[in-house]
Design a protein around this ligand. Structure first.
Ligand SMILES: *[C@@H]1O[C@H](CO)[C@@H](O)[C@H](O)[C@H]1NC(C)=O
Ligand SMILES: *[C@@H]1O[C@H](CO)[C@@H](O)[C@H](O)[C@H]1NC(C)=O
Ligand SMILES: *[C@@H]1O[C@H](CO)[C@@H](O)[C@H](O)[C@H]1NC(C)=O
Length: 387
């Protein structure tokens, strides 16, 4: 008996060593010492390892300059940030052409640890922008480029100088318990901008910032947003689309169990007039709670901020198979539902039902143009164009 169980025991040890265990690389971070070079060195080692490894940045507050972590790696890598990492407050001390933290071309990457990436935009950049300072070369994005089968979990991004997160390309990426925090008046600080990726989930996350909560660019397929709370900010936005030639279709977007608190928009689809052709299809919004949202439901195919375009010609981005179900709460302005589709390519197969959006002390209104939505339940405020 004893021999058999000893054998079983050594066999389990063997399994752990060869299949389960992930080698741990600790980053010896020190107060006031730039974590960047230490992290890049640890990454080199982890990425070259033939079995899974975990890089740990321990608890504490450390400065970090720009870091680029590139794959492909030989085995899965997890980066566990338990620390608060702080970007240089002055953008002059950063290369404006590169982003703050880039992770690219890795399969089975995990970012976790409960830590915070503090862009420190509040220190110099937001006050300077308030006084008219303009720059299109601000570095502080987290960029996840061409990641596959990867997870970003339990991480906070704070006060980015520009967009908080930019996701470009890849396949099968999940954001889970992700937090974005910046003041409602911080300029161009979009929460997560996503484009050209297939299969992405954003779940159980809280995004409060000065621009879009989540904005969706072209070439996006199969995106799920669920259990997200947005506010302050500009809401969840598909587009703007149609401005550049060759944009790829956006298809298969499901937004559910999501809450908007005091945002400028709730769920919005926007395309430029006088546009290049494009396709937006199979987009669904369900079980959404709006609290004091200025424009809860918006299709705007004449999106033209600062009069940068001509509205003489219609948008050529075709919208179809769009549904709105179980959306309720309060609108902060009279127009609670705006479905303004293109006169050139009217919206098709739009469904709407179980909508109850009210305003304080009056009746909310709805607007529709170039669309004949199918009513699948009661809609308050009523839609003149419904069938
Ligand atoms: C940050 O991301 C946005 C959105 O994709 C992009 O327009 C901007 O150029 C990026 N910033 C830098 C410094 O790369
Ligand atoms: C997506 O990635 C996760 C995390 O690596 C993995 O567990 C899952 O199996 C992947 N899904 C598919 C369909 O490949
Ligand atoms: C719509 O919402 C208002 C305010 O929340 C509520 O009083 C009303 O009963 C709701 N109507 C329906 C049909 O659910």
């Amino acid at each position: 008996m004893a021999t058999i169980s000893y054998c079983a025991f050594t066999f389990i040890l063997f399994l752990l060593a060869h299949f389960g265990e992930s080698a741990i690389i600790n980053v010896a971070a020190k107060a006031n010492v730039d974590v960047g070079p230490l992290l890049m060195k640890a990454w080199k080692e982890a990425c070259a390892a033939t079995t899974a490894s975990t890089i740990v940045i321990p608890k504490g507050t450390f400065p970090m300059t720009q870091v680029s972590l590139e794959g492909p790696c030989k085995a899965p890598v997890e980066l566990k940030i338990m620390a608060i990492l702080k970007a240089p407050p002055d953008p002059k001390n950063m290369d404006g052409k590169k982003e703050w933290l880039i992770v690219g071309r890795v399969d089975h990457f995990t970012l976790s640890g409960g830590g915070t990436l503090d862009g420190q935009g509040n220190v110099q950049v937001y006050p300077a922008k308030e006084k008219g300072f303009k720059s299109d070369k601000l570095p502080n994005n987290l960029s996840f480029n061409f990641l596959t089968n990867s997870v970003i979990r339990d991480i906070t991004t704070l006060n980015s100088k520009l967009f908080h997160v930019n996701v470009l390309g890849g396949k099968n990426l999940t954001f889970d318990h992700f937090t974005v925090k910046a003041p409602g008046n911080s300029p161009n600080t979009d929460g997560i901008h996503i484009a050209r990726i297939i299969g992405i989930t954003v779940k159980d996350s809280v995004i409060g910032t000065g621009d879009d909560c989540i904005s969706l660019g072209d070439g996006l397929e199969n995106l799920k947003i669920t259990g997200v709370t947005c506010g302050p900010g500009h809401g969840i936005s598909v587009g703007s689309l149609g401005r550049t030639p060759g944009e790829r279709p956006v298809k298969g977007i499901f937004v559910s169990n999501t809450k908007f608190i005091g945002t400028d928009n709730g769920v919005r689809i926007k395309t430029w007039p006088n546009s290049h052709p494009g396709v937006v299809t199979d987009i669904h919004f369900e079980n959404i709670d709006m609290q004091n949202v200025k424009n809860p439901i918006v299709i705007d195919q004449e999106y033209c901020p600062h009069n940068e375009c001509s509205k003489q010609k219609p948008s050529l981005v075709k919208l179809s198979k769009i549904s709105y179900k179980k959306i309720s709460g309060t609108s902060a302005t009279p127009v609670a539902v705006q479905l303004a589709c293109s006169s050139g390519v009217p919206c098709e197969e739009v469904e709407i039902g179980d909508i109850n959006l009210t305003i304080k002390g009056g009746a909310a209104k709805s607007i529709c143009k170039n669309v004949k939505p199918k009513l699948t339940g009661k809609v308050v405020p009523p839609l003149a164009c419904g069938k």
